[in-house]
Every structure is written in structure tokens, then in C-alpha cells.
Design a protein around this ligand. Structure first.
Ligand SMILES: [Zn+2]
Length: 485
């Protein structure tokens, strides 16, 4: 029977990581780390040592050391501070300077570039065997290649005077999963995975665009990280800079996962978005088919995605359309065979569709130029780039939305902009006229389930609109049983 380690692992620590709380705290007392009902022998000894071992940061760091100023911290804040490992004593050096230590110590180590769990353990433990056995057990439940920089490894050490052994360790590979390694009955370790049950709530938000979709959605409670995939999706059907105007309305529904204590564990994904203006009503729904394929669909259940994005960059405005115009540099009237997007120099340009790099290099008046081949007929071209993204060279594969280069003003150009062309069978066409759907169209049982979902979302937003000012900036929450749909 493995020893149950600390239930005190409040997962909010992950969400709050980096918030930086009180520095200078020392190791939390053993009593917060171990089960209070069963004080270990070490604890009993420590209680006796307490007065002499000293409580200051400069004293010997036994497990009994109390943090200065702890009394001022509310318990929850204390726990978070402890869990985040902001205590001052987590370097191996301090261990070496303290030859005599007794008792348990809970220690949080943050993974740095190049670290391995074994590498973290070896300097702390007297017997290398402990470290190797613990890592071997860990690897049965956690792939060491998944170790992330900044991730926390929590250790429970036992100091026996001049030696230190490992009681157990914990890693949280994801907000909903905790891997606990603890001693087994023999001399080894076992690992177990503990599911961290999260409650999924769906948050509805609606508003009017007064400034920009990003700013107004944020005001209505939708973080940009949640909005961004929706923006990417809308970009399939419209040029957001050109087509969105003040007064247009939006609706967004997104998921938010909570820990048992109510704190937020994870934001997103968005499951629904809608843009409404005088002449347009564009809802988009995220849906998972019975075979586990997740994609975005319009109200009819047809894939929302198009073979090409309308706008191959964020935060750009179309400054010149396709057709006859007076050339700004050459002075005479001629055909403008693409569209221009004005954007700051350095703005990332993304591939309008999946494909292969056909050309990436200098090309006369086009300056730095990329041409992508999407299929046997369809290509797109991007000109005047300041530079190419890493790996963009002839033959390389690209995914839709992948950054291929950056806006510049190379070649025959009056200022930073992207000149964008769509070619069908090698000839330029009006990019706005190309509208090829890709992806699936829902049918059968999937379509029926999809329609139910759409109805539910429409009812919910109809209520929202009835309850309050129509499309006033607002968000509301609905409790939802479990993760899923
Ligand atoms: Zn142009």
C-alpha cells in the first residue's frame, strides 16, 4: 500500500504560477505537509528540537522551521505560496551547508532547461538508488519527455541527520492529472495517477463592437486566448478588418474548467461564436462527431473552413483591391493582380491554406516572395516580405495558419504592406472570389446531434437577449455537469 502523500496539492498553483507572491518565506512546516493525525517519529523529535534549531531563515533548515510572517497570511494564500515553491530554501547549496538535518521537508523544484527528474534528485539524495528507483517508477505513469520547462516537481524528503532519503514525489502533467510516486512495501517506489476532477462550466458572452472584436470581447469577459481560434475561423469567411464595423454584434460561448474549490483551472475552448451586422449573420459552432473528429461548422452543419483564409495576416486592413488601378510607383494604369493589406513591418504572414512551398526568394518588383502550392490548381503568393519564417524553403510543407514570413517593403513598394495573390492554374484571380469549402459536411446521427446543440445554444442566447439589454456587453455562466460535448 503506497503511502498517500499530501492532499494539500491545490492545483490552483499551476494557474497562479508566475504570479509571484511573497518571497523570503521559508519552508512550510512539516505539519502542513504530512497527515496531521499521524505525526511521524521525526516530527516528535523535531518538536523537541524546535526551540534550539531556530526558526529564522539563517537557522538550520529542518522541517520544523516556521515562516516569518506566516501569521499574516491567510491559509489559502499560504498554501499557494508554499505550493508554488517561493520559499527561499530550494537550492542544493543550502543543503550542503546544513550538515545536520532531521525531519521531513517538502520541497518544490522548478524544472529548468536541460533538467531531468533524475538530475534534480541525485544531488539531493544520499543514495543514488533512491533517485533511480523513483524515476523508474515515475516513468510507468509519466513520459519523461513530457517534462516542461517551468513545470514543478514536488518532493517529500526525509532528513536523517547526515543523510537524506526520498519519501515521494509528485508531478502534475496536466491540470486534470496528478502523478504521485511513493514508497512501496519493499525498497522501491510505485507511481499512481490521480485524476483531478474538473467541473466544466459554459460561459456565455455577448456585446457590441465599439472598438475592436478583441477589445470588446475582452470587456464582455472573453480572454483573447479563447477568442483567437474563433477569429481564425471567422477569417475563413470574412476580412475582419474590412467587414467588421462599430455597432456589429457578437456572441461567444466558451468552456471554463474549475477545480473543486471553484478556482479556474483552464480556459477554453470556445464552442460557439457569432457575428451579426446589417447584412450578415455568421454563426460558427465547434462540434465533435461520433468518431471523435472536432471541427467548426456553420448552422447547416457544413464545414466552416475554406480552402483559403480570407486574410493571411492579423490586424491588417485591405488597402488596395484587385483590378485596374493607377500604379503608385510606376504611375500608369495597370491591372493590380492581387490585393494589398497594410500592416506594420514585421507583422506575421500566415499560409492561406495547407500546401507546399513552391518559391521562397527574391523576385524582382515583388521583393522577397513566397509562393505556396495548395493543390494541382490552386496557389497563393505573398510579396514584399521583410523576411521569411524559419524553415520556409522550396519543398517545405506548410499548414494553413502557419507563419511563413513577415510584412516588409522589399521590391517595388511604397511602404510596408503585404501584396497577396491567388492563382488558379497559374493565373491570378480575384482572391475575394475564391470560395472553396474544405472539410466535412455533417450527416445522419452527427447532424441530428449537431442540430440539438445548435438549438440549445440558440435558446440560451435568446434568453440572454430577453433578460437584458439587447446585446449589451455582458456575460453569464451556466453550470454544466461534466466535460464533454
Ligand atoms: Zn499589391
Amino acid at each position: 500500500m503506497p503511502v498517500k502523500l499530501m492532499n494539500l496539492l491545490v492545483p490552483t498553483a499551476l494557474v497562479l504560477a508566475g504570479a509571484g507572491l511573497a518571497a523570503g518565506l521559508t519552508v512550510p512546516s512539516l505539519q502542513t505537509a504530512a497527515t496531521p493525525a499521524e505525526p511521524s517519529q521525526a516530527q516528535v523529535q523535531l518538536a523537541a528540537l524546535d526551540g534550539t534549531a531556530g526558526a529564522g531563515a539563517a537557522g538550520p533548515q529542518t522541517g520544523r522551521v516556521e515562516a516569518e510572517g506566516r501569521a499574516e497570511l491567510p491559509d489559502a494564500a499560504w498554501d499557494r505560496a508554499a505550493l508554488r515553491g517561493v520559499m527561499a530554501l530550494s537550492t542544493a547549496d543550502s543543503l550542503l551547508e546544513e550538515p545536520f538535518r532531521i525531519g521531513s521537508e517538502r520541497r518544490t523544484v522548478e524544472v529548468r532547461s536541460g533538467d531531468t527528474v533524475l538530475g534534480l534528485l541525485l544531488p539531493l539524495l544520499t543514495a543514488d538508488r533512491d533517485a533511480h528507483n523513483a524515476v523508474a517508477a515515475l516513468e510507468t505513469a509519466f513520459d519523461p519527455r513530457d517534462l516542461q520547462i517551468g513545470q514543478e516537481v514536488r518532493l517529500l524528503l526525509e532528513h536523517h541527520g547526515h543523510s537524506t532519503s526520498l519519501t515521494g514525489l509528485e508531478i502534475m502533467p496536466d491540470v486534470d492529472r496528478l502523478v504521485v510516486v511513493s514508497r512501496d512495501d519493499a525498497d522501491g517506489f510505485v507511481a499512481e495517477t490521480i485524476a483531478n476532477d474538473l467541473e466544466t462550466r459554459r460561459v456565455a458572452a455577448a456585446g457590441i463592437i465599439t472598438e475592436s472584436l478583441a477589445a470588446d470581447a475582452e470587456r464582455a469577459g472573453v480572454p483573447y486566448a479563447v477568442l483567437h481560434p474563433l477569429i481564425r475561423m471567422f477569417a475563413h469567411r470574412l476580412d475582419l478588418q474590412r467587414n467588421l464595423q462599430q455597432g456589429d454584434a457578437f456572441e461567444i460561448l466558451f468552456e471554463r474548467d474549475h477545480h473543486e474549490d471553484g478556482s479556474v483551472a483552464r480556459l477554453g475552448p470556445a464552442v460557439y461564436g457569432r457575428l451579426v451586422s446589417n447584412d450578415r449573420d455568421l454563426p460558427v459552432y465547434r462540434f465533435e462527431t461520433a468518431d471523435g473528429f472536432v471541427d467548426w461548422y456553420d448552422r447547416e452543419g457544413e464545414s466552416f473552413r475554406r480552402a483559403l483564409l480570407r486574410t493571411p495576416l492579423d490586424n491588417a486592413r485591405m488597402s488596395s483591391g484587385y483590378g485596374m488601378r493607377r500604379h503608385p510607383i510606376l504611375g500608369y494604369t495597370r491591372m493590380h493582380q492581387g490585393i494589398d493589406f497594410a500592416a506594420a513591418s514585421g507583422t506575421p504572414i500566415v499560409a492561406a491554406g495547407d500546401g507546399r512551398v513552391e518559391i521562397a526568394g527574391r523576385r524582382g518588383g515583388y521583393g522577397n516572395y513566397v509562393r505556396l502550392q495548395h493543390n494541382g490548381r490552386l496557389s497563393t503568393a505573398y510579396a514584399h516580405l521583410s523576411r521569411f519564417a524559419a524553415g520556409i524553403r522550396p519543398g517545405a510543407r506548410v499548414r494553413q495558419g502557419q507563419v511563413i514570413g513577415y510584412v516588409g517593403s522589399t521590391g517595388l513598394s511604397t511602404g510596408p504592406h503585404l501584396h497577396y495573390e491567388v492563382l488558379v492554374n497559374g493565373s491570378q484571380v480575384n482572391p475575394l472570389s475564391v470560395d472553396l469549402p474544405v472539410g466535412r459536411t455533417l450527416e445522419g446521427a452527427d447532424l441530428a446531434a449537431f442540430r440539438d446543440m445548435v438549438d440549445g445554444i440558440e435558446r440560451r442566447f435568446a434568453e440572454l437577449r430577453r433578460d437584458g439589454t439587447q446585446f449589451a456587453d455582458r456575460s453569464e455562466e451556466e453550470e454544466q455537469g461534466s466535460a464533454g460535448d
